[in-house]
Design a protein around this ligand. Structure first.
Ligand code: HEM
Ligand code: HEM
Length: 208
């Protein structure tokens, strides 16, 4: 007879968990401020909402820079090298096989999406700072880009397209966390809050 037990190890450090929460919350507030402003006509409150959006944007630039720094200088499971699994991605792509052996650290296939999200956030930061300069005369790029009005359309379209990609990621990320938790009957989503990851182990239980 087999009995199930769990092997638990602290994997995610407090700085990584804090940055995950910071960047996730700021990203959600950026989406809410942008979509709410789009609902209203022009007016003083719309201007105030966009200014709030830009201040939240600075918070994202800060959180993203800290995450990039931590991705090179943080502990093993915070490093981007812990998310780099090209062989597994290639196998998943060519063999359509998405099963991955249980292991501690970031999910091997989800890691590709996480790296893409950081690249997307980097583009959002650059286009956002560009828009702050061209649309609102704000921010560090204002002196440099403030009067290059022709940039507006390309910045706006890129910014909007990637917003939709990020909204898609958030939905898939939430669905994947719930799905894994149910499929494996193992606490999974909590690891970015407590830092602990669990793996199921099976022990043979002999009758006496
Ligand atoms: C707007 C919402 C969210 C965004 C944008 C987001 C984004 C991310 C990113 C970029 C990573 C990679 C982590 C890293 O930097 O090392 C990650 C991992 C993770 N997130 Fe989220 N997250 C969000 C919400 C949540 C929530 C609400 C939970 C549940 C508590 C959660 C649980 C996790 C877990 C458990 C991992 C690691 C999964 C693994 O090992 O593959 N996330 N998330
Ligand atoms: C990932 C995070 C972000 C999301 C999801 C987001 C979302 C959006 C959306 C949906 C729009 C409307 C685009 C349109 O007019 O069609 C917008 C506009 C804008 N965003 Fe962001 N944004 C983000 C990051 C940033 C950052 C980092 C900054 C600057 C620091 C910024 C500054 C702006 C500005 C200035 C506008 C134009 C405001 C106007 O039309 O007056 N955004 N953003």
């Amino acid at each position: 007879m087999q009995s199930i037990s769990y092997h638990r190890i602290k994997i995610y450090d407090p700085v990584l968990r804090l940055l995950h929460a910071w960047n996730a919350l700021v990203l959600l507030m950026l989406m809410v401020t942008a979509w709410t402003s789009d609902l209203f006509e022009r007016g003083a409150h719309v201007q105030a909402l966009w200014e709030l959006h830009v201040y939240l944007g600075y918070a994202l630039v800060f959180g993203l820079s800290a995450r990039l720094f931590w991705g090179f200088l943080g502990p093993r499971h915070a490093q981007f090298s812990d998310m780099w699994h090209p062989r597994a991605w290639r196998r998943a792509f060519t063999e359509r096989s998405f099963a991955t052996p249980p292991h501690f650290g970031h999910h091997v296939l989800a890691s590709a999406a996480y790296l893409a999200v950081y690249a997307a956030l980097l583009i959002m930061s650059v286009t956002g700072l560009g828009l702050a300069a061209t649309e609102l005369g704000m921010g560090p790029f204002d002196d440099w880009l403030g009067d290059r009005i022709w940039l507006k359309t390309i910045l706006e379209e890129t910014h909007e397209l990637i917003t939709n990609v990020l909204a898609g990621f958030v939905l898939v990320h939430m669905a994947a966390l719930i799905w894994h938790e149910r499929k494996d009957s193992t606490p999974f989503a909590q690891s970015m809050v407590t830092g602990y990851q669990y793996l199921r182990t099976y022990k043979d239980r002999h009758r006496e």
